[in-house]
Design a protein around this ligand. Structure first.
Ligand code: KG4
Ligand code: ZN
Length: 340
């Protein structure tokens, strides 16, 4: 069964073809980073316009690379939320048009369910149930994954997402957008203990929720007092800032895994591409007897292969969206009340 995935929830226009929810035939991503870089963040209207321009070429390229004709596709999966409404609508409308024109089954996929499915494309996917740390530009959550499409959120950020913390920190330091990868690179030669920064809500009593806005403010105060450093001092500040984010993510993930009695953990979303986070989680996993699953960096950030993989399971269960499928900007995961 070949599923076409389409994704346009933020600043990536993506199309992919995946066979049987496992084998990636093509995975094409057109990034708009250059469009938004000068504004230091995603400008929704510019994102929508760029998606409209890119979606058909990206779809064509995916079909060409896979060597697959439209007549060989068995179903269409589109991200229907959460995300920027005008951006989401582009993939949703394209998917609906294709499904209608070719008489194909259509399903809408939750963007975070898509991120969770990226790791199912790997040779050894995590067994069900498992714990998931979802860390992207728009979301930070701990979730219990019972089965494909069956996710219960245990905790989430109360303010900024982890990726947002990286991006806002990078903006403050004049490092451009998106800043996560830049901080990751600069931090490699820095001392993570050089600058003392707060670890928001790291205490057990804070439960599974996160908070990163205090860290951003602490960086702002540091920069106001001392200016933006250069050279080694900049690397040290990046490493310290990154460590403050990573320490919190790792501590809370370990604690949740132990409490939930889950010994497989997956990490997904753009921040899962972070070298320090990957290394720290693997080290913590080795200590705690946890198996840590992380997709390759290119499948951590937004792509459509993950949407096709998640859509495959929905289609197989017989789920079908009608042509009234709509995009939804806010689409929370089902939530379980926080533990003390
Ligand atoms: O999952 P994603 O592509 O989009 C959303 O669904 O939000 O995540 C993008 C986020 C951005 O905030 C970006 O700065 C961050 O992921 N990111 C990273 C790295 N690569 C991307 N953050 C830290 N280290 C990285 N290497
Ligand atoms: Zn995403």
């Amino acid at each position: 069964m070949i599923v076409l995935g389409l994704e346009s929830s933020c600043d990536e226009t993506a199309a992919a073809l995946v066979e049987d929810g496992r084998r990636v035939l093509a995975d094409v991503v057109a990034s708009q980073h250059e469009v938004h870089a000068r504004y230091g963040g995603v400008v929704p209207e510019l994102a929508s316009r760029a998606h409209v321009v890119n979606v058909v070429p990206v779809l064509r390229t995916a079909l060409e690379r896979a060597g697959v004709g439209l007549d060989q596709i068995d179903g269409v999966a589109v991200t229907c939320g959460p995300g920027l409404i005008g951006a989401l609508l582009v993939a949703v409308q394209t998917g609906k048009a294709l499904a209608w024109a070719r008489g194909l089954p259509l399903v809408g996929v939750h963007h975070l369910e898509g991120h969770l499915a990226a790791v199912y494309l790997e040779p050894e996917p995590p067994p069900m149930p498992h714990l998931a740390l979802i860390v992207s530009g728009g979301h930070t959550a701990l979730a219990r994954v019972e089965d494909h499409g069956q996710v219960v959120e245990l905790g989430r950020t109360r303010d900024d997402a982890a990726g947002e913390a990286f991006d806002k920190g990078a903006k403050l330091l004049g490092l451009g957008y998106p800043g996560g990868a830049v901080i990751d690179r600069l931090a490699r030669t820095g001392d993570p203990r050089a600058v003392e920064l707060p670890r928001g809500m790291i205490a057990r009593s804070a439960g599974d929720d996160f908070s990163f806005s205090g860290l951003k403010t602490a960086l702002l105060h540091h920069v106001r007092a001392r200016g933006v450093p250069e050279g080694q001092a900049l690397a040290d500040l990046c490493a310290s800032y990154q460590a403050a984010i990573v320490d919190v993510l790792v501590a809370k993930t370990r604690r949740a895994a132990r409490r939930e009695g889950l010994d497989h953990v997956q990490v997904c979303g753009g921040v899962a591409a972070n070298g320090a986070l990957r290394a720290a989680l693997r080290a913590a996993g080795a200590e705690d007897g946890l198996t840590v699953h992380v997709p390759p960096p290119a499948r951590c950030t937004d792509n459509a292969a993950m949407i096709a993989a998640a859509g495959y399971h929905r289609l197989r269960r017989g789920e079908r969206a009608g042509l009234d499928l709509n995009a939804t900007a806010t689409l929370p995961l089902p939530r379980r009340s926080a533990h003390a």
